[in-house]
Design a protein around this ligand. Structure first.
Ligand SMILES: Nc1ncnc2c1ncn2[C@@H]1O[C@H](COP(=O)(O)OP(=O)(O)OP(=O)(O)O)[C@@H](O)[C@H]1O
Ligand SMILES: O=C(O)c1ccc[n+]([C@@H]2O[C@H](COP(=O)([O-])O)[C@@H](O)[C@H]2O)c1
Length: 212
């Protein structure tokens, strides 16, 4: 969908937001959503001074070979686990047919030019960020907030992206201003860590395959 078609599409549904708001975007497969997602969302609201967080439930991570459970099922589970007045669950990527974050961000910025977006991700995603499509463009377009995760906390800070954009690292005391900074700007939040993962829940049979 090009920019003009996007703007003209009356069926697009986006969460509410006011001009000038700082919105954190937590993209993910959420297959299933879990308390770790809720935890980093609450921490992000506090630490990065966000007005709200939108969970962008992905149609499917382009780097993961296995397709996730149906979107409606993941949306419903996300709404159940994350109930917070400043957090919204969105299927925006499915609405515009985007799997790549660069495209999602371009569309959101086009549709909400007065809003400041901050991309949020766990430390594991920072480690492989340089494999994402147009990752440098993402880095140079929106500030990025990174949340500590067991097994990836140190690796994130020495990742290819972190090394290449070392000078864009925002020191912890300035984290709350992240959304008002000019990209590239990334900040690592050393939050208390939760060892939960969707992989672990699937393996424990806590999210049975929809087809079975
Ligand atoms: N326990 C956690 N601590 C920190 N970040 C997390 C945690 N769980 C998920 N995230 C982050 O939340 C975002 C969405 O994660 P995702 O939906 O892939 O969950 P996941 O548990 O990593 O799933 P999977 O095990 O299937 O890869 C990603 O940026 C991921 O790094
Ligand atoms: O744009 C890409 O190339 C890209 C590659 C891998 C992951 N992502 C995004 O990263 C977010 C986290 O993905 P996941 O599967 O780890 O939850 C989700 O929004 C994905 O769409 C994006």
């Amino acid at each position: 969908m090009d920019d003009t078609a996007l703007r003209a599409n009356p069926r697009l549904v986006l969460p509410p937001c006011r001009r000038g708001a700082v919105i954190g975007l937590l993209g993910g497969s959420f297959d299933p959503p879990h308390a770790g997602h809720a935890h980093i969302t609450r921490e992000s609201l506090k630490r990065f001074g966000l007005d709200a967080v939108w969970w962008l439930i992905s149609p499917g991570n382009p780097l993961k070979p296995r397709g996730p459970a149906p979107l409606a099922r993941r949306m419903a589970a996300a709404r159940e686990i994350m109930q917070h007045p400043r957090v919204h669950i969105s299927d925006f990527e499915a609405q515009i047919g985007a799997r790549h974050t660069a495209l999602t961000l371009a569309a959101l910025r086009d549709l909400r030019p007065g809003v400041r977006f901050v991309w949020l991700m766990g430390a594991d995603n920072m480690v492989q960020f340089h494999h994402w499509q147009d990752w440098r463009q993402i880095m140079e377009t929106v500030p990025i907030g990174i949340l500590a995760r067991p097994g990836a906390r140190l690796a994130a800070r020495s990742s290819v992206a972190a090394r290449m954009y070392e000078r864009a690292r925002v020191p912890t005391p300035l984290a709350r201003a992240l959304g008002h900074m000019q990209a590239p700007a990334w900040c690592f939040a050393n939050v208390p860590m939760m060892a939960l993962s969707s992989t672990r829940l699937r393996a424990a049979g806590r999210w049975p395959d929809a087809k079975s």
